[in-house]
Design a protein around this ligand. Structure first.
Ligand code: SAM
Length: 157
């Protein structure tokens, strides 16, 4: 399968260290934008009214993956697939960000945990009816430590 980028994500974050580890921990005042490439612009129609959108993107600047990692919110090794670590066999990131406005081919977004210049593969609307299960158990993350920002542990060499 070949994934074609549909756009580019522009954010204030140039390096992993200091970038929020999830949109939940990002200052919503920190804004960025998503520039959608021409063949896909019409597909943005009707996103108005959605407060949040899912972005599926290329974690292009992560180090090679390993099956065990020490994730940001823990101090012991965990199986990679029980974490959101950015170094993955298929380096795909999934973030739910706030959609502030659409300006033609550009989406203005807030609450980013994504580096500047990241390729975007897909957008889906966030629906609390489909996507929110607030009472769900979350394994080791329920006991996770308080870290809101990334460091260099998953940075490319
Ligand atoms: C823990 S990951 C979570 C990403 C996404 N919310 C997810 O759950 O798939 C977030 C971190 O990925 C890193 N990151 C963001 N964009 C990246 C990129 N293009 N390449 C490599 N790392 C990136 C940043 O350090 C950020 O703090």
């Amino acid at each position: 399968m070949e994934l074609k980028p549909i756009g580019l994500i522009h954010s204030p974050f140039k390096n992993q260290a200091g970038t929020p580890i999830q949109p939940r921990f990002a200052e919503e005042s920190v804004r960025g934008h998503v520039e959608i490439f021409e063949p896909y612009v019409e597909a943005l129609d009707d996103l108005e009214g959605f407060e949040r959108i899912w972005l599926l993107f290329h974690l292009d600047r992560a180090r090679p993956w390993k099956p065990k990692v020490i994730p940001y919110r823990d101090t012991v090794e965990r199986g990679l697939f029980s974490t959101r670590a950015p170094a993955r066999p298929n380096p795909l990131g999934l973030s739910v960000v706030r959609l502030l406005s659409r300006q033609g081919s550009r989406l203005i977004v807030g609450g980013l945990d994504i580096l500047d210049g990241t390729q975007l593969f897909d957008i889906k609307p966030y629906s609390p009816k489909f996507d929110a299960f607030p009472e769900s158990q979350a394994g080791w993350l329920d006991r996770g430590q308080v870290t809101d920002q990334a460091d260099k542990r998953f940075d490319e060499d």
